[in-house]
Each structure stands twice: as structure tokens, then as C-alpha cells.
Design a protein around this ligand. Structure first.
Ligand code: CP
Length: 312
């Protein structure tokens, strides 16, 4: 594996889950693997978990990490080829990626979509440009359409908390005040397709995800029906895919409440808006596993880094 850009690269998910759980038992087992190596973490967008868990994973492997908040601290990068750079961009991706490759042995990249032009977002032009022009491995720390480190984490967490061989997992759309990307939901759907689970997506009409990703997964427009007998409810908002990047009016209340949860475990990638996406009593109750889920971000990142270092 030269780069880690998509959850689709994981051929044997069970093996990866077991390898991550082995790392979790003894996070310092490979403390010398990354000695004298450096990871550069580039953020075009905000982060708490991805930033710190990837740094922690790198530290556990003996690596140094450098964080650059690209949009706030670096020169604005031009991604178009052959453009006359007399506008706001000061540095071309060709130089930026090549220079970063001199300082870093691995580069992590977070670049959200604009959610205006679907074709442009789906082209993954930022992630692909870094893969093209950098000479070191690239890790996707959430791109326009995917968040594979989060999805691997989610698979590890479900595997840890399931109490039956084939649990029912529901990905439920929830309300939000902002226009949010599809990346977390996309990667979660792709991951559930690889797991032995009874998987249902619940979303209001007008909020179906990309059909090329959901394929033949059951989509239920009645949340109450979808969550019946659920073992895990994964709450997540996303903006409309069909009416790209828009917020559509939804009549019924899709916020996750204690009454809806019954005995299901509650999952969310975080950050989460309390009493908009989910009510306090769920997050503060015994069936919320969001903190354990966030803890697993370190071991997912560490497994990916380990594989990239071993490949090189
Ligand atoms: N879940 C997640 O990626 O969190 P951050 O945006 O804080 O990194």
C-alpha cells in the first residue's frame, strides 16, 4: 500500500480490525518503526480528533510530527495546471507537494469539499494532486468524498461492542444547522458493506447518498421503522446529494432521543451538536460509545501508518 486514500483499499477488513485491536493492547509494540521519520499533517479545515489521534499514533511509532494549518498559515496553493497565477494563490501544488516531500516521510491531508460543484468535489482534485506531485505516501484525513480513518475506527468499535454475530446497524441522518459533507457517511456505508452486519440507512426523502456508493443497501425514509431492533445507531448529518450541497426542509423530527434509542449503542464521529443532532440524555447515558469510538481513532491511524512505513 503506497497511499491510504480510501476505505476501498482494505481487502480483508476483519484482519485490519484484529491488527488494530492488537495495537490497542500494546500501543508501543512498534515504538522504533518510525524512528527518525517525520509525518506532516496538513489541514485545510478544522480538526480535533484527526489531528491529535494521528499525532498520537505517530508518536507511538517513534515518529516526529509537524502540523500545518494550510488555509491559515501557509501560502494559498494553486491546483490548476497552466494557470496564470496573478490572483490569490501564491504557490503551485507542484512545488508545494515536492517541497513537503523533502521534509516529510509521510503526509496526512484534510481537505473538505466546497459542496457547490459536485463533479469537482467528486474528482478529489486536491487529494489526487498531492498523490501525483508528492514523492511520499499520502494519508486521507478526510477528503471531499471519504473519511477512511474514521470508517476504520467505526468498524473497530462495532467489532468491540457487538454482542451478537450479526448486529443490526443503522446509519441515521440527523438535523444540523450547517451544510455538511458526505464523506463520513460514504466511508461508513462502504465499510458496512464489508462487515457481517444487518445494515440500514435512514434518511428523509431528498437526502439519499450517492447511489453509486449505497448500491443495494436498504434505504428507509421512516426513521422509526429503520431503528427498530437496532443494536447500533450511528447518527450523522449530511447535506443533500441530489440537490447538491443544499439543506432541504424536513417535516418530522430526526434528532436522536433516548426514547428512540431503546437499548442500542449510540455512535457519532464527533464533533456533535447537542440537542440538535442528539439529545443530552443519549450522549450522557450508558449506551453512548462516542468516547471509546474516538479513542479508537489512534489505533486506526497507527495501523495505517504502520502499514505505510512497512511498505516503504
Ligand atoms: N471525527 C473527526 O474527524 O473529528 P475531527 O473533525 O475533530 O478531526
Amino acid at each position: 500500500m503506497k497511499h491510504f486514500s480510501s476505505i476501498s483499499q482494505i481487502d480483508d477488513l476483519n484482519l485490519w480490525i484484529n491488527q488494530a485491536l492488537e495495537i490497542k493492547k500494546n500501543p508501543l509494540q512498534d515504538a522504533d518503526l518510525g524512528r527518525n521519520k517525520t509525518i506532516g499533517l496538513l489541514f485545510f479545515n478544522s480538526s480535533l480528533r484527526t489531528r491529535l489521534s494521528t499525532q498520537k499514533a505517530a508518536t507511538n511509532l517513534g515518529m516526529h510530527s509537524i502540523v500545518l494549518n494550510v488555509s491559515k498559515e501557509a501560502w494559498a496553493i494553486e491546483f490548476e495546471d497552466g494557470t496564470i497565477m496573478n490572483g490569490s494563490t501564491a504557490e503551485h501544488i507542484k512545488e508545494a507537494a515536492a517541497v513537503l516531500s523533502q521534509y516529510c516521510d509521510v503526509i496526512g491531508l484534510r481537505a473538505f469539499p466546497q459542496l457547490v460543484d459536485r463533479v469537482k468535489d467528486e474528482s478529489e482534485h486536491i487529494l489526487k494532486a498531492f498523490i501525483k506531485y508528492a514523492s511520499v505516501p499520502i494519508i486521507n484525513m478526510e477528503s471531499s468524498t471519504e473519511h477512511p480513518l474514521q470508517a476504520l475506527t467505526d468498524a473497530i468499535t462495532i467489532s468491540e461492542f457487538k454482542t451478537k454475530k450479526r448486529p443490526k446497524v443503522v446509519l441515521s441522518w440527523c438535523p444540523h444547522t450547517k451544510v455538511l459533507p458526505h464523506a463520513v457517511a460514504n466511508s461508513f456505508v462502504m465499510t458496512m458493506q464489508k462487515m457481517d452486519v444487518d445494515f440500514v440507512i435512514a434518511n428523509p426523502k431528498g437526502y439519499n447518498l450517492n447511489p453509486a456508493i449505497t448500491k443495494d443497501i436498504k434505504i428507509e425514509h421512516d426513521q422509526e421503522v429503520a431503528i427498530q431492533h437496532a443494536d447500533f445507531i450511528y447518527a450523522k448529518n449530511w447535506s443533500s446529494y441530489e440537490h447538491y450541497g443544499r439543506i432541504r426542509k424536513v417535516k418530522s423530527n430526526w434528532m436522536i432521543t433516548q426514547e428512540k434509542m431503546k437499548d442500542a449503542k449510540f455512535m457519532h464521529c464527533l464533533p456533535v451538536r447537542r440537542n440538535v443532532v442528539v439529545e443530552d440524555s443519549v450522549l450522557d447515558g450508558p449506551n453512548s460509545i462516542v468516547i471509546e469510538q474516538s479513542n479508537n481513532r489512534t489505533f486506526a491511524a497507527q495501523l495505517v501508518l504502520k502499514k505505510l512505513l512497512q511498505h516503504g
